[in-house]
Design a binder for this molecule. Structure first.
Ligand code: IPE
Ligand code: IPE
Ligand code: MG
Length: 240
């Protein structure tokens, strides 16, 4: 059985991104309600974020709710909002002990006031933690992020802060939600679908992809270990 000792600590991926997909199919196969699939998925996230922190991953970005997920039923959207709130509130009680820093990628402006308040609290209270940075992509869309980025840069151009000729990759990266963070080394999508669904469109330019069939609630520490080992055996050319 694979264990964390199989991971080469010298070649750790600094940043892992995960599309946590397959919650509803997991629930359906078990004859459970959808929201129980999402609840199981939130438990998997908690376990794997702690594990990633343990083995020395510096950034973990997880796709929790896309800008397109508003198209789901009101009931399901409501359940997903409640789960984020309970995840955040539960986390708040422990943030100091596990040293994880939480950030949110996405537009939280229009979320329910109490959810927004919890999010702001966790982001503030964990901001000085020095372990894993856990980016939760919530109400996130890669195109939406690029539109926001273009607007921010345009604003700086129009008030004379930067010249058009000076726009470069760094300026773009620094106007994304992930400003200041390295791009993902490894992107994992669970649930068997072979697409990116709008996730980190700019940041994934040179990322290694791994698609796994398991549904997210079944994805385990061993599966993440295996994913890291697989990544470590890949040859990255980075254009060279
Ligand atoms: C991922 O699982 C969670 C969210 C997208 C919020 P899904 O809810 O997409 O589950 P499947 O892919 O339909 O099984
Ligand atoms: C992507 O999964 C978004 C999240 C995991 C939050 P979806 O299930 O929404 O993606 P599609 O609809 O299959 O592309
Ligand atoms: Mg899905």
């Amino acid at each position: 059985m694979i264990s964390k000792e199989d991971i080469n600590k010298e070649e750790m991926p600094k940043h892992i991104a995960i599309i946590m997909d397959g919650n509803r199919r997991w629930a359906k196969e078990k004859g459970l309600e959808r929201k129980l699939g999402h609840k199981a998925g939130a438990e998997t996230l908690e376990e794997l974020a702690n594990f990633a922190n343990d083995v020395g991953v510096k950034y973990l970005t997880v796709y929790a709710f896309s800008t397109e997920n508003w198209k789901r039923t009101e009931e399901e959207v409501g359940a997903l909002m409640m789960l984020l709130k309970s995840y955040v509130d539960k986390f708040l009680k422990r943030a100091s002990t596990n040293n994880i820093r939480v950030r949110i990628l996405g537009n939280i402006e229009k979320l329910d006031a109490s959810l927004k308040a919890s999010i702001e609290k966790i982001v503030n209270e964990s901001s000085k933690n020095t372990g894993l940075t856990l980016n939760i992509a919530f109400n996130y869309g890669g195109r939406d992020e690029i539109i926001r980025c273009v607007k921010q840069i345009s604003e700086k151009v129009s008030n004379g802060e930067i010249a058009i000729e000076d726009i470069n990759e760094n300026i773009i990266s620094n106007n994304l939600y992930t400003a200041g963070e390295p791009d993902p080394d490894l992107m994992i999508r669970t649930g068997g679908e072979l697409r990116v669904s709008g996730f980190l469109l700019w940041q994934l330019a040179y990322t290694e992809f791994l698609f796994v069939d398991k549904y997210w609630p079944d994805f385990s520490k061993e599966d993440l270990t295996e994913a890291i080992v697989t990544f470590q055996n890949r040859k990255r050319n980075l254009g060279k």
